[in-house]
Unconditional design. Structure first.
Length: 127
């Protein structure tokens, strides 16, 4: 597995492009921190998008998953410090200033499985 750090001045464009390419892919999201341990926040939900707002002092990255209101999750990473893309899987790791890491794992689904993607019954296949 290779890891590439994405420079902060490229975050916005990187996440915009990445979101377009990976919309609908199944997302697993974990948050790891000293105070909270390892917490799974999202399991088998379709990616809606990832966006970066790095203007001024209110820097943040938002990860949105789930297409239905009852299953929609938005994870906000405040004060992100570093972003890595892990290839060939396409996984993303985001580290915030307090050392908390948010891990986003992507798995491609086929178009005929979209009706099942919110049930946790998708067939997982890596690209």
């Amino acid at each position: 597995m290779q890891t590439k750090e994405i420079p902060e001045n490229q975050w916005r464009q990187f996440f915009d492009d990445f979101s377009k390419e990976h919309a609908g892919w199944v997302v697993d999201l974990e948050v790891i921190g000293r105070d909270i341990g390892d917490q799974e926040e999202v399991n088998n939900l379709p990616l809606v998008g990832i966006s970066a707002d790095v203007k001024g002092t209110e820097r943040r990255i938002e990860i949105m998953a789930g297409l239905r209101t009852e299953s929609h999750v938005t994870r906000i990473v405040n004060k992100p410090r570093r972003v890595w893309l892990k290839t060939p899987e396409g996984d993303i790791e985001i580290e915030s200033e307090d050392g908390t890491k948010t891990l986003v794992s992507f798995e491609q689904i086929t178009p005929d499985e979209t009706d099942r993607q919110l049930t946790g019954q998708t067939t997982k296949s890596r690209r």
